[in-house]
Design a protein around this ligand. Structure first.
Ligand SMILES: O=C(O)C(=O)C[C@]1(C(=O)O)C=C[C@@H](O)C=C1
Length: 311
């Protein structure tokens, strides 16, 4: 992870400062105009490359047959692109800035292939919407619904929409309609995807979508189940790599009771989903923690722990 401090900025060395009050018709110092020319050249190149990237969209639609109903999202491809981005990144520009630029680009490219709407619940904190905007940008339409379950229901009615739902303790088991089978909505992503200590908004959330074409086995499987709501049981599971990502405890937090509805995230490594589910329930049972009725509701690529930024 990055440290809390932002990377130090370069100290200006005898660089003439432009006064924000200077009149635009005054000739800029030679050094400054040269720097601005360089910025203009770089901007033109970045823009030219973005247009060139967008010219691939029609071919993507025909190769992926995205014209047929269904979304163009390919979460595993996006995850590998983010790994490459983290690997390439260096210098003073915060990683989170670059991530946001690419998120805007990728989610717009996805939308240009197959339009979709992102559903966010007002019952979730306002930061959830910020998180969703960070990841899906401002070109893709957003729709606000009352509750997380409404956002999931909107996805169920669509062929390509998404919901972004905040994780943690929930007032209702909004995941009841999720399933990794059939046409049901499922979890396809985990946010934030790149763990950076100084991220401005870091609300833990999942992305829910209809079933996608060309599914790839996720690195982390997500199961709905019944189990305990108490923090010590969750901490025990966490130490063993099993994360309780959401829970609804209608009857309070009874230690050891199967009184809560849970959503758990289990790294798959080389296992298939059902083996991972059985192994997880068995290990928990040995420690007196009952995880009952595990059913797969999706999965995601493991979020990236970014290393400190290289100069
Ligand atoms: O690689 C694809 O399948 C694409 O559609 C391209 C692209 C992108 O813009 O890079 C867009 C959407 C996918 O989720 C992944 C990547």
């Amino acid at each position: 992870m990055n440290g809390t401090a932002r990377p130090p900025r370069p100290t200006p060395r005898n660089t003439p400062r432009a006064s924000p009050m200077s009149a635009p018709d005054q000739p800029a110092p030679t050094g400054l105009s040269a720097l601005r020319q360089r910025i203009d050249d770089i901007d033109a190149e970045v823009h030219r490359l973005l247009i060139a990237r967008s010219e691939i969209i029609d071919q993507l639609i025909s190769v992926k047959r995205t014209g047929e109903p269904g979304a163009a999202f390919r979460p595993a491809r996006e995850a590998s692109m983010m790994h490459a981005l983290v690997e390439r990144h260096r210098g003073h520009l915060p990683l989170v800035t670059v991530e946001h630029v690419w998120r805007e680009v990728i989610s717009t490219f996805t939308w240009l292939q197959a339009p979709y709407t992102v559903h966010v619940a007002t019952g979730d904190a306002a930061e959830t919407r910020d998180m969703a905007r960070f990841y899906f940008g401002f070109t893709v339409p957003f729709e606000t619904v009352a509750e997380p379950a409404d956002a999931v229901a909107a996805v169920a009615r669509s062929t390509s929409d998404l919901a972004v739902v905040r994780l943690g303790e929930a007032d209702t088991a909004w995941w009841a309609a999720l399933s990794a089978d059939g046409a049901a909505p499922r979890v396809i992503g985990r946010l934030p995807f790149i763990a950076v200590a100084d991220r401005p908004v870091a609300i833990p959330a999942v992305v829910v979508s209809p079933p996608l074409k060309d599914p790839v086995k996720p690195e982390v499987a997500v199961f709905a189940c019944r189990g305990p709501a108490d923090a010590s049981a969750h901490a025990w599971l966490r130490k063993r790599g099993v994360e309780v990502i959401a829970w609804h405890a209608p009857w309070g937090h009874h230690t050891g009771a199967v009184g809560a509805e849970l959503v758990i995230a289990v790294p798959l490594d080389d296992q298939d989903e059902s083996t991972a589910a059985e192994a997880t329930a068995e290990r928990a049972r040995d420690a007196g923690i009952i995880l009952a009725d595990l059913r797969p509701v999706g999965g995601y690529a493991a979020p990236i722990e970014a290393r400190p930024q290289r100069p």
